[in-house]
Design a protein around this ligand. Structure first.
Ligand code: NAD
Length: 300
């Protein structure tokens, strides 16, 4: 199988690339390395360095003639999407259109597009794929617009709406990576900052489970949208407790005002993907956190 992964040099993409290689696919990565890195990729992988927002990317993708396209490249910062919504649209909406066109011109069998449950449903508990979309940022609105373009394309498609993903290789300097940030700070014996009460809750899903879900979606021939999540809400306070259990107590926990516009509770139901594709999360939070810590070269 010839597979092409946009955003393959990033956190989630690089885990997907490893899994595709392990099953014997020929893999090409298309990435502009804006937040990803070559260090994430196995040696010898073919990298097409290109920006999905650039229309020339259409021909670059078509020329690869991939039978399977995974589209993960994105402007991933909510804060950045508010500061520069035009750029977010160029990458996340127009860029997705270019990837769709390239996949169609290259006669791809199927495209799997990664979207964001948290950003699309907004404040929601156990959101299902039928729950109303209520994006609160240009990032969420553009992810939703991109999904609609995918559904309108002529390609066989699957859309994965991910919850909060964590695991090895997640960057600590980017927003959203609360697990990566806490692990880093606990290991470095630096203070932890909690914004607001710490009772804000998220649905944390391990990257290995996300990769398994993306492969299940790729293997299906049904068009559709599936949440990829654990259906379990974990507060930031509880997350810190679980990490301290593994890594020892924080030197200090500072409290800071809640961040404006932050969703308080977000969790997604995985009932549809379980029913349709037989996927369910394999790692609970404790096991997932241990796997994340164990990966680190300086981990316990
Ligand atoms: N991490 C999460 O919790 C989460 C949750 C929901 C959805 N997602 C989605 O998953 C996907 C992957 O995110 P991630 O967490 O691995 O982030 P990441 O930043 O590690 O990966 C994104 C990759 O896309 C590349 N990229 C960015 N802009 C590009 C462009 N214009 N052209 C080509 N390549 C470009 C980056 O260099 C990077 O390698 C994204 O679509 C993101 O919206 C992530």
């Amino acid at each position: 199988m010839r597979s092409l992964v946009t955003g393959g040099a990033g956190f989630i993409g690089s885990h997907l690339v490893e899994a595709l290689l392990a099953r014997g696919d020929q893999v090409t990565v298309l990435d502009d390395l804006s937040s990803g890195s070559m260090e994430n990729l196995p040696a010898g992988i073919t990298l097409v360095r290109a920006d999905v927002a650039d229309p020339r990317t259409i021909d670059l993708i078509a020329a690869q003639r991939p039978s399977l396209v995974f589209h993960l490249a994105a402007q991933v910062s909510v804060v950045q999407s508010v500061a520069d919504p035009d750029h977010d649209r160029a990458v996340n909406v127009v860029g997705t259109r270019h990837v769709l066109e390239g996949a169609a011109e290259g006669a791809a069998r199927r495209i799997v597009v990664v979207s964001s449950g948290g950003a699309i449903y907004g404040e929601a508990r156990l959101a299902t794929e039928e729950s109303p979309a209520a994006p609160e940022s240009p990032y969420g609105a553009h992810k939703l617009a991109a999904e609609r373009d995918v559904a309108l394309s002529s390609l066989s498609y699957g859309i994965a709406r991910l919850a909060n993903v964590y695991g090895p290789r997640q960057r600590r300097d980017l927003e959203g990576g609360v697990v990566a940030i806490f692990v880093e700070r606990l290991l470095a014996r630096q203070p932890i900052t909690i914004y607001g009460s710490g009772e804000q809750r998220r649905d944390f899903v391990h990257v290995a489970d996300v990769v398994a879900a993306l492969l299940a979606i790729a293997d299906s021939d049904r068009d559709g949208t599936w949440n990829v999540a654990t259906g379990t809400e974990t507060s930031v306070n509880r997350l810190l407790e679980a990490l301290q259990h593994e890594l020892g107590p924080a030197v200090a926990v500072k409290r800071a005002p809640a961040r404006a516009g932050e969703v308080f509770a977000s969790s997604l139901s995985f009932a549809r993907i379980a029913e349709d594709l037989g996927w369910r999360p394999g790692l609970d939070l404790a096991a997932g956190l241990r796997a994340t810590i164990a990966w680190r070269p300086d981990g316990a």
